[in-house]
Design a protein around this ligand. Structure first.
Ligand code: NAD
Length: 254
């Protein structure tokens, strides 16, 4: 089964790699109009060419870059139907080692970046509705770390908890007064991407010990998360808002 996202205009951040790239590729394959953006503009251009979508350089901590990305959606397709705020970084360091500059950058990328994206996307969705009830779907890629814990991940866990609860708070705010803008967080467990592989020993995802920790018994791939994001964008999830959707094969409950 696939979810119907044909002709939806979807902006995806952090789309040059991992979960964002998988989401851009699947969304484009299934007929969405995708604007894929990343801080790494050169890598983004390569992925965008493969996915047959528009690729842009975009630092999610920059208001101007957000304006340009949303303007590109409107310029090419006349509107914005969905935002996937997915860009991310990780610092895997114990609390006494993590300096404030890295703590602040983590929060800037995840919390500030998603906050600016929410502001700009909601404003665009309302403006394009021309006085009628606005519609749209916004998905923030949070993490299971929003609600569980591990050593050396405190700053990331704090940022992801902020993102996940921001999705709920904005979801209940913008669903009022007749608008049908939905806001949800997806909370992935450990997923085989460059971000995770950068902090795990080589081959650890395939280690029997890791596999044994995942009740479904196989490592999670970026496409597993992408499918959940596409569901949240689609009309099949039309009554879902302000949720935190955990997608981890049961990992966080073991
Ligand atoms: P990834 O490293 O493969 O991709 C992240 C992308 O974000 C990169 O292309 C990077 O260039 C981009 N990026 C970083 N800073 C940016 C900025 N300031 N502006 C724009 N783009 C920026 O990682 P991924 O695993 O695909 O991560 C995607 C999201 O999923 C992140 O928010 C991450 O925290 C979250 N997540 C990942 C996992 C996992 O196990 N991989 C688990 C839970 C949540």
């Amino acid at each position: 089964m696939t979810f119907d996202i044909r002709n939806k205009v979807v902006l995806i951040t952090g789309a040059a790699s991992g979960i964002g790239a998988a989401t851009a590729r699947l969304a484009a394959e299934r007929g969405a109009h995708v604007i894929a953006t990343d801080l790494d503009g050169a890598r983004m251009q390569g992925v965008a060419a493969d996915c047959h979508c528009i690729g842009l350089t975009h630092d999610v901590t920059s208001q101007d870059d957000w304006d340009n990305a949303i303007a590109a959606a409107v310029h090419h397709y006349g509107r914005l139907d969905a935002l996937v705020s997915n860009a991310g970084i990780v610092h895997y360091e114990r609390i006494i080692d993590l300096d404030m500059a890295r703590f602040r950058r983590l929060n800037q990328v995840h919390v500030e970046g998603s906050f600016i994206g929410l502001q700009k996307a909601v404003a665009q969705m309302r403006a394009q509705a021309g006085g009628k009830p606005a519609t749209g779907s916004i998905v923030l890629t949070a993490s299971v770390m929003a609600n569980c814990a591990a050593p050396a991940i405190s700053a990331y866990a704090a940022a992801k908890a902020a993102m996940a609860n921001m999705a709920r708070a904005v979801g209940v705010e913008v669903g009022r007064k007749g608008d049908m803008i939905r806001v949800n967080a997806v909370c992935p467990g450990p997923t085989r991407t460059p971000l995770l592989e950068g902090v795990m020993p080589a081959g650890a995802m395939n280690d029997p010990a890791h596999r044994a920790d995942v009740p479904l018994g196989v490592p999670q791939e970026p496409e597993d998360i992408a499918e959940s994001i596409l569901f949240l964008i689609s009309e099949e999830s039309s009554f879902m808002t302000a949720t935190q959707m955990v997608v981890d094969g049961g990992w966080s409950l073991t």
